[in-house]
Design a binder for this molecule. Structure first.
Ligand code: NAD
Ligand code: UGA
Length: 469
């Protein structure tokens, strides 16, 4: 069993650290977030992730997993060092490798010459050369081997995906190093593909952008179904039985989101541009996705007749069910647009609370603290106390004071003219719809996830709009 350092205790790093400890390795996981580390050290996870808390607690108790502050502390004395830091979207849409570079500069002085640096962060094809260049600037680190080991886990099922992957991909120019890296996965049953670094990196982008393409394709088909009186659910069933197509990733909805598909699609388009290739197909995928957000807003407008001053209930804020992650959530995109049009939003999500208001303000915008005194009203609501409108820039203003988080799904609907279902939480299917109808000003629903039963809702007096049906 090996001594492993993991840099970054986020979705990927924490899952990698816990699962490798579960497989028997001695794992030290580092982060820079002191508050997060203090919670993790006692087995308290800041993220909602099935099976992960139990695994972290078990491995902490066994002594196979520990948490440290700073990348160097995890890299020192480790035979293998996994890089699991963010690679967010840069302003020019490329992948921002600054976190990767900063982490590399921290660990380079303490890496052992026999260590292997394994990149799990998603980085554009060719980035391993960048990793090597940064390491080479540090005397002693130039002989550290570099491998790319892209991660394919999904949030919400991260542990299961890590331990039961469809494949393990190892990119490395030295076959002996690839064998050493593959030994870490002993106990995991999966096809192993060993290739060069650039191909491994491309496999990750090609996979994520293909998934995005599937979703935009089915959203486009769903939109056409609406005009041509077809039902997209029958269409996807008929398509899915063809094993060359399959059933997965054919659920139409409000558009794809999350911390990866949008930014990885943008980064591959950008990487294509830099390489002189216009990836028009992916630009189309991204355009269809943007248009889907607007289409859901249009459905709400149709249901409510107008949006200005109208109260809209929103069920679901996270980017999909099973996670509390709000990063790049389609629900927030749609809520922002509804707010821009003057709607009042009462939202409910089983995995998030008033903190969702913070996520409504685009991350890159820094607003002076005095202007955004965040206040709770004691009833589970959160609102910005002042001013009424927060100026973001000349084009965009977000009226966050017209957004509040309700303590339960019924309260969100009180006095609303329309209900929009934006995340596919199963709980929403089993609510008391006659009660929901009685609380609303007029019972109308826009079911952006095709989650609810239209016939049952119509029986309760609802006007129903789904996607592609
Ligand atoms: P995350 O934001 O959840 O976690 C990253 C962590 O790294 C944070 O806790 C941050 O504090 C920490 N960090 C940043 N700089 C550091 C440093 N110098 N030293 C130590 N810790 C540092 O990110 P994530 O979702 O886990 O994604 C990480 C990478 O994995 C990205 O490249 C992403 O594209 C890729 N990825 C993510 C997923 C997913 O489902 N989230 C799946 C596959 C691949
Ligand atoms: C995605 C990939 O599925 C993972 O394989 C990959 O490792 C990860 O990105 C990553 O690189 O970070 P994740 O972001 O957790 O995983 O979420 P998905 O389950 O892929 O969903 C992404 C978005 O697509 C969500 O908004 C979801 O609601 C939407 N979606 C998904 C649909 O609209 N329809 C579908 O049929 C499937």
């Amino acid at each position: 069993m090996s001594r492993v350092g993991v840099i970054g205790a986020g979705y990927v790093g924490l899952t990698t650290a816990a699962c490798l400890a579960h497989l028997g390795h001695d794992v030290v996981c580092a982060d820079v977030d002191v508050e997060k580390l203090a919670r993790l050290a006692v087995g308290d996870l800041p993220i909602l992730e099935q099976d992960l808390p139990e695994m972290v607690q078990t491995e902490l108790a066994r002594g196979r997993l520990s948490f440290v502050l700073g990348a160097a502390a995890a890299a020192r004395d480790s035979e293998f060092v996994f890089l699991c830091v963010p690679t967010p979207q840069a302003p020019d849409a490329s992948a921002d490798l600054s976190y990767v570079e900063a982490a590399l500069r921290e660990i380079a002085p303490v890496l052992q010459p026999t260590s292997v640096l394994i990149a799990k962060s998603t980085m554009p094809p060719g980035s391993s050369r960048f990793v090597q260049r940064v390491l080479h600037e540090h005397p002693g680190a130039e002989c550290v081997a570099v491998a790319s080991n892209p991660e394919f886990l999904r949030e919400g099922s991260a542990v299961n995906d890590f331990l039961n992957p469809d494949r393990i991909v190892i990119g490395c120019d030295d076959p002996a190093v690839a064998v050493r890296v593959s030994s870490l996965y002993k106990g995991v049953q999966a096809p192993l593909l060993v290739t060069d670094c650039a191909s491994a990196e491309m496999i990750k982008y090609a996979s994520n952008t293909f998934l995005a393409t599937k979703i935009s394709f089915i959203n486009a088909i769903a939109n056409l179904c609406e005009s041509l009186d077809a039902d997209v659910r029958a269409v996807t069933l008929g398509m899915g039985y063809d094993h060359r197509i399959g059933f997965d990733f054919l659920a139409p909805g409000p558009g794809y989101g999350g911390s990866c598909l949008p930014k990885d699609t943008a980064a591959l388009i950008r990487a294509g541009e830099a390489a002189g290739y216009d990836f028009s197909l992916l630009r189309g995928v991204s355009d269809v996705n943007d248009a889907q957000f607007a289409r859901i807003v249009e459905k709400v407008r149709t249901a409510a007749v107008r949006l200005d001053g109208v109260r809209v209930a929103v069920w679901g804020l996270t980017f999909k069910a099973g996670t509390n992650d709000l990063r790049d959530s389609p629900a927030l995109q749609i809520v922002r647009r509804l707010l821009d049009e003057g709607a009042l939003i009462a939202a409910y999500d089983p995995a998030t609370g008033p903190e969702a208001a913070d996520a409504l303000v685009p991350r890159e915008i820094v607003i002076p603290e005095a202007e955004v005194a965040l206040a709770g009203d004691g009833r589970g609501r959160s609102m910005f106390a002042a001013p009424d409108l927060i100026s973001i820039d000349d084009q965009s203003e977000i009226a966050v004071d017209r957004f509040f988080v309700a303590p339960d799904p019924y309260e969100a609907c009180r006095g609303a003219s329309v209900l929009v279902v934006l995340t596919e939480w199963d709980d929403f299917r089993w609510l008391d719809f006659p009660k929901v109808a009685s609380l609303m000003r007029s019972p109308a629903v826009v079911d952006a996830r095709n989650l609810l039963d239209p016939a049952a809702l119509r029986r309760c007096g609802f006007a129903y709009q789904g996607v592609g049906r």
